[in-house]
Design a protein around this ligand. Structure first.
Ligand code: ATP
Length: 247
């Protein structure tokens, strides 16, 4: 099978830290526009996989193919440019800027923060900001400083700051941690809208949320794939119950 028909093909990926293999001969494949969730016990290597895909950590061996490009050979900014967006666990919005300004500075112009602010607000930027703000439920809060948003709203704003860059692949590390039940439900709704145009790779522990969003689930354990398939498949896999869900 031609691996370039996948949006992302990870094959034989390995990284050693002082001889310890945090990710060990890992392979998995993402189809365009799927939502894949990676679950697994603490220390399984989930965050390290995202670090490897976005170029924050260098692979010891293996391959990461993304839309025909080999990411393991590329620098972080080149990987962003190729269409991979990554959101870390803690929101990192600009607290003193408004919702509008946070989205505006994230619009891909190649400017610094100050340069972008001085930039004339042209119609294309305005339209993109308004479209994304509506998607992330913040259309009525465009003039609000981001520092005044709730934790959940900051998480959505940060997702919006990625969306406005139109990445083909969006990677989210525990996006609903610290959110209320209502915010979790809205985030699930948001991710379903996002996958009309993007592929999403999520690390998550909340199994209710995983069941709400996942097309397929990859279970990691000790740097390897322990199980993979639908939520029902992995929930009923005795290996997964033994190392993760039974605890
Ligand atoms: N830069 C590093 N140097 C040394 N060891 C590391 C480094 N990054 C990760 N590790 C180790 O690799 C293992 C996997 O860590 P990782 O954070 O990827 O796990 P995880 O599945 O995301 O866990 P959690 O659910 O707790 O976030 C851990 O034992 C961790 O201590």
């Amino acid at each position: 099978m031609n691996k370039d028909q996948f949006l992302l093909a990870v094959e034989g990926l390995t990284v050693s830290f002082d001889g310890f293999k945090a990710v060990d001969d890992l392979s998995f494949y993402l189809d365009p526009k799927e939502i894949r969730v990676i679950i697994g016990p603490n220390g399984a290597g989930k965050t390290t996989v995202l670090d490897l895909i976005c170029g924050k950590t260098r692979a010891t061996s293996g391959s990461i193919r993304f839309r025909g490009k080999e990411l393991t050979k590329m620098k972080e900014h080149q990987i962003v440019h190729a269409g991979v967006g990554r959101k870390f666990q803690n929101p990192s919005v600009f607290e003193d800027l408004t919702v509008f300004e946070n989205l505006e500075v994230s619009y891909p112009q190649g400017h610094t923060v100050m340069g972008s602010l001085a930039f004339k607000r042209d119609a294309a930027v305005m339209a993109a900001v308004e479209e994304v703000a509506a998607t992330i439920f913040l259309q009525d809060l465009l003039d609000q400083p981001a520092g005044l948003l709730s934790h959940g709203q900051k998480q959505w704003l940060e997702i919006g700051m990625l969306l406005i860059q139109k990445p083909a692949l969006l990677m989210l590390d525990e996006p609903v941690a610290g959110m209320s039940v209502a915010e979790r439900q809205k985030t699930a709704e948001l991710l379903r809208v996002i996958t009309r145009d993007h592929t999403v790779l999520v690390i998550e522990h909340d199994m209710q949320f995983v069941g709400d969003i996942a097309d397929r689930v990859t279970v990691m354990h000790q740097g390897k794939v322990l199980s993979e398939g639908s939520i029902e498949h992995v929930k009923n896999d005795p290996k997964v119950i033994e190392v993760y869900l039974g605890h």
